[in-house]
Write a protein that binds this ligand. Structure first.
Ligand code: NI
Length: 187
């Protein structure tokens, strides 16, 4: 099943997500549906809050980056109960986008390496370092679990310039190739 994507401005994108247990109802199907939704909307990552579930789960398939970033080759992973415990390395800029914020791409600075504790889809625990473009995508998806969006991390002047575009997204005033859930209309 392809889920609609929660759009910028929706309050549910700003909530802090919670850990889950293996008994979480329909978890395996949810993961299948998240992959399907991500590929349909042509993303490299998708976090559960973007499909309106406030749980610490995201999926990443970094293979489209392989040409430019060799570390991306074959990288396809499910992260459950993700917690970043350390970051290191020089911050570098990358022009990020987000399925919840269509048609906006901005440079975001993030550290080059992250250490993350998480469980895979079989609930095996991992504690691993990732670097380069993988660390980049992990940090972007991970931010969603804490209610943070990449536009929060751009230069304040850029954010002011984007105000109109962001408002249009939150009003549903955009052309986008997948279904979205827009914020409830203000009375
Ligand atoms: Ni995103």
């Amino acid at each position: 099943m392809i889920f609609p994507i929660v759009a910028y401005g929706h309050p549910n994108l700003r909530k802090v997500s919670v850990d889950i247990t293996p008994e979480y109802p329909g978890l395996q199907q949810l993961i299948i549906d998240m992959w399907e939704t991500m590929y349909y909307s042509v993303g490299v990552g998708l976090a559960a809050p973007q499909i309106n579930r406030q749980i610490r789960l995201f999926v990443i398939d970094a293979n489209p980056y392989t040409k430019q970033y060799p570390e991306a080759e074959g990288f396809k992973k499910v992260f459950i109960n993700a917690h970043i415990v350390e970051r290191r390395g020089e911050e570098w800029a990358y022009n990020e986008g987000c399925l919840s914020i269509p048609d906006i791409h901005e440079d975001v600075y993030r550290p080059d390496e992250v250490r993350i504790k998480y469980q895979d889809e079989e609930f095996n625990s991992h504690d691993e370092w990732f670097g380069g473009i993988i660390a980049r995508v992990i940090q972007h998806e991970y931010d969603h679990l804490d209610g943070i969006l990449f536009v929060d991390k751009i230069h304040s002047l850029r954010r002011i310039m984007l105000k109109r575009k962001l408002l249009d997204i939150s009003k549903g005033d955009i052309q986008v190739g997948y279904k979205m859930i827009f914020p409830p209309k203000k009375k």
